[in-house]
Write a protein that binds this ligand. Structure first.
Ligand SMILES: Nc1ncnc2c1ncn2[C@@H]1O[C@H](COP(=O)(O)OP(=O)(O)OP(=O)(O)O)[C@@H](O)[C@H]1O
Ligand SMILES: [Mg+2]
Length: 305
């Protein structure tokens, strides 16, 4: 059995509804489940009928939920980076860290990193108390960016590591030729070099997340019987292929909502499809989630290794 499940898909297709219904069904079948919303515009608490925050709240026996506080994780990420830079460059008093971090807060990639460290926190500090962690995700663009982040960042880390190795090698040569050179007092050995060590520790953190997404997760794409959500599901599948995250399932939600014609892109047919009926009366309270029949999806999830 995989220990994480992600529900991806276009805005409004039913990611929150499907992940909550799936988590509820698993908890009612006897598993301990944490359902975590990664969407900065949270509504998981409304769907479960419980007020949520960044820490797990018991919703009912065996079912716990949280909504990550993205701002907290952005601040945390900036603080870590600031502390790191202040120590590494303590000699450089001309570097104005305050203005640097004001810019970094709004830089592309900051939200994605914050999201990754929030998931790392759930994986390392919370997941041990549960059999399964279910993630309700933000709309496609942000989700795909944070899922791709470990692979992209690791390419950077690999290049920076090579560069650092070259610097250390050059320092070593200079020190051998001229032991009195100022370089001789700086670090020449990988094992003692702070920067080299830091690159290694970032790589280990990113590898853990890459393995969480690519190996330990059941990734489902939710769509509706309409052309737009099918096209978006297809784009998600292409992107997941590119970053080597297997697509475990397609969830066709709101079956019967319209009579408009639509076809499932055959390129999506490689994953099993599970269908949830449109509930014309809507969903108003937690128990309404049990009318979304996730039993086949749950069975498929429990059968995965
Ligand atoms: N099977 C269903 N039958 C009837 N209504 C549904 C069904 N699934 C979802 N809905 C309704 O559709 C709306 C959108 O659902 P939901 O919030 O789960 O989508 P989402 O993909 O999480 O949206 P967002 O991208 O905004 O996070 C909600 O009002 C929800 O109650
Ligand atoms: Mg949602």
């Amino acid at each position: 059995m995989k220990t994480n499940a992600f529900f991806l898909g276009k805005g409004g297709v039913g990611k929150t509804t499907s992940s909550a219904a799936f988590a509820l069904a698993l908890a009612r079948s006897g598993k301990r489940v944490l359902v975590a919303s990664l969407d900065p515009a949270h509504n998981l608490g409304d769907v479960l009928g419980v007020k949520l925050d960044g820490k797990p709240v018991e919703v009912e026996p065996r079912l716990y939920a949280l909504e990550i506080d993205l701002n907290f994780w952005v601040e945390q990420y900036l603080k870590e980076s600031r502390d790191e830079m202040a120590t590494t460059y303590s000699y450089n008093l001309t570097l104005n860290l305050d203005s640097f971090f004001d810019i970094m807060k709004y830089s592309p990639g900051t939200e994605e990193y914050a999201m990754l460290w929030a998931i790392e926190h759930i994986r390392c500090n919370l997941a041990g108390d549960y059999d399964i962690v279910v993630y309700d995700t933000p709309p496609t663009a942000l989700s795909l960016r944070f899922l791709a982040m470990p692979a992209i960042s690791n390419m950077w880390i690999a290049e920076l590591t090579k560069m650092r190795e070259r610097i250390l090698k050059k320092r070593n040569t200079i020190t051998r030729i001229n032991p009195d050179s100022p370089v001789a007092s700086s670090c020449v050995d990988k094992d003692d070099d702070k920067v080299y060590g830091k690159l290694g520790s970032i790589k280990r953190r990113l590898d853990l997340l890459a393995s969480l997404f690519g190996k330990e997760s059941y990734v489902a794409v939710v769509l509706n019987p309409d052309k737009l959500s099918v096209s978006e599901a297809h784009r998600i599948k292409e992107e997941l292929d590119r970053i080597k995250i297997p697509l475990s399932a397609i969830c066709l939600n709101k079956r019967g909502v319209s009579t408009a014609s639509w076809v499932l892109d055959e390129r999506l047919a490689t994953s099993p499809m599970f269908e949830f009926d449109f509930l014309p009366g809507g969903l108003h309270k937690r128990d309404d989630l049990s009318h979304i029949d996730t039993s086949k999806l749950v069975a498929d999830f429990l059968a995965t290794i």
